[in-house]
Design a protein around this ligand. Structure first.
Ligand code: NFE
Ligand code: MG
Length: 503
């Protein structure tokens, strides 16, 4: 029997997302997802000093603040005609890499793993590990309390089949607890060059204000080694084990099949990026054309004109707009829906002539999982892509550290022109992120952000074409309409952040 299932809000993501799916009694036939709040950062920035932008935009999100800072200073680099010295470029990479590592580890363990791992496995834990014993006591007390879930958000909300393998469950629960510490470690590591975290103080057009010292290099390296060990010994093996235990999720949540990456981590020599920019329309690779980006507004709670390029973009909220159902605009590339994120970055990096290191790492994981490249475009493919990327980026940090030259400048001076325009395209952990700035009279005249989750969680566009996650939900089986865990697993595989998406 046809049925409408609503999950609102969907938990263990950032921000407020309502998911509504129609089913034919067996599987999803259509989906609508709605960003449920308005924030107005693009309006707040108008008329301000341009140097406020990299600080204010970092407050869009507590998960990916530094990436908003980077998009902002890259836009200002272009508007002011300034570029960082080698130290500045490397410090930017090292700060951004620390955020990627913190974000991916957080997403897998704290936001997604409990979709698959059975936390109640710890109730019968027979060992003496202090953190697991403490957790065991808490879980048993919660289970006995009869409290309505998810008041205790750590415990399973849905009556579903979790992974049965006791060792895998207990190992992943132990790593869940360690992941909290790893997140802290990555934040500390970033703060060595960011001044502080999560909102970096050192990001400026022309580079980074923090000085390069031998002490900071050694401190960063020491924290990095702890993270590399965790990624190698816990994160990557756990993702592979969960993926191996849930093979059906390699064919669920495929989505639009188009991918966009702006590229990230510029190398100090040669001008290329460690993770390159590019577009995949189906299997057809294209060079990135920033002029092909527009935002459509038919289903969005804005009366802003539709199909504007972000450089001309408008932010005119219209909370009562007829037919609109989301506070996200609908970004499109050449008018098409695209998916962004770690999977998009890796697929683009694996294209001929791009990054052999990435290509080999992806091939290695596919071999370990006994999977085909096509299987990557799925729920488990997205989790695997983040883990592979996390390891590649952490390992690459060692090279960037070695290229730093202590006591050399990390910043190029600049002046703010009376008028200027620029855009900054980078990657946040969740995907392609762009900021567009126009300066008039030395102040911000207009500011537009097009954000990773705005791409992935976009509502229908002017032609009625659903966004990337809306498409990925179609065809997903729902065994029990009262426990629609399959829907939640697909949505969480994109690691949505609605705080960012609505900005
Ligand atoms: Ni709020 Fe963000 C990342 C950005 S996502 S987490 O990563 O930009 O839309
Ligand atoms: Mg915007």
């Amino acid at each position: 029997m046809p049925e409408t299932i609503t999950i609102s809000p969907i938990t263990r993501i950032e921000g407020h997302l309502a998911v509504q799916v129609e089913t034919d009694g067996k599987q999803v036939t259509s989906a609508r997802i709605s960003g449920e709040m308005f924030r107005g950062y693009e309006m707040i920035l108008q008329g301000r000093d341009p140097l406020d932008a990299q600080q204010i935009t970092q407050r869009i999100c507590g998960v990916c603040p530094v990436e908003h800072g980077f998009a902002s200073i890259l836009a200002q680099d272009m508007a002011y005609g300034v570029s960082p010295p080698t130290n500045g470029l490397l410090l930017r990479n090292l700060i951004q890499a620390a955020n990627f590592i913190a974000s991916h580890i957080t997403h897998f363990y704290l936001l997604s793993a409990l979709d698959f791992i059975d936390i109640t496995a710890v109730a019968a834990y027979p060992g003496a590990d202090a953190s697991l014993v403490a957790l065991k006591g808490w879980v048993n007390a919660e289970l006995a309390s009869g409290r309505v879930l998810p008041a205790a958000p750590f415990l399973p909300r849905y009556a579903v089949q979790y992974i049965q393998d006791k060792d895998l469950n207990l190992g992943a629960i132990k790593h869940y607890l360690e992941a909290l510490e790893m997140r802290q470690t990555a934040q500390k590591m970033g703060s060595l060059f960011a001044g502080k975290m999560p909102h970096a103080a050192s990001l400026v057009p022309g580079g980074v204000t923090e000085k390069v010292t031998s002490l900071a290099i050694v401190q960063y390296q020491s924290l990095l080694q702890r993270l590399q060990t965790f990624i190698r010994q816990a994160y990557v093996p756990d993702v592979l084990a969960v993926a191996g235990a849930c093979p059906g999720y390699f064919s669920l949540g495929r989505g639009c099949g188009n991918f966009l990456a702006y590229g990230v981590f510029p190398e100090s020599s040669g001008g290329g990026k460690f993770l390159p920019a590019g577009v995949l329309m189906g299997s057809a690779p294209q060079t990135l054309d920033p002029g092909a980006i527009t935002e459509e507004t038919a289903s969005s709670l804005f009366s802003s004109a539709s199909k504007l390029k972000p450089g001309e973009g408008q932010t005119v909220p219209d909370p009562n707009k007829a037919g609109a159902y989301s506070w996200l605009k609908a970004p499109r590339y050449q008018g098409q829906v695209v998916e962004v994120g770690a999977l998009a970055r890796l697929l683009v990096a694996c294209l001929p002539g791009q990054n052999e290191l990435v290509k080999n790492a992806v091939a290695g994981v596919l071999k370990a999982l006994n999977r085909e490249p096509k299987d990557l475009i799925s729920v488990m493919g997205r989790h695997a892509a983040r883990a592979v990327e996390c390891k590649l980026v952490a390992d690459r940090c060692l090279d960037w550290l070695q290229q730093l030259v202590p006591d050399q400048p990390s910043f190029t001076d600049f002046s703010i022109p009376e008028t200027g325009r620029g855009f900054g395209l980078t990657e946040a952990a969740r995907g392609a992120l762009g900021h567009w700035i126009e300066v008039r009279g030395g102040k911000i005249h207009s500011y537009q952000c097009v954000v990773p989750t705005t791409w992935n969680c976009s509502p229908r566009d002017d032609r009625g074409v659903p966004g990337a996650i809306e498409q990925a939900l179609v065809g997903v089986p729902v065994a029990d309409p009262k426990n629609p865990i399959e829907v939640a697993r697909v949505v969480r595989s994109f690691d949505p952040c609605i705080a960012c998406a609505v900005h």
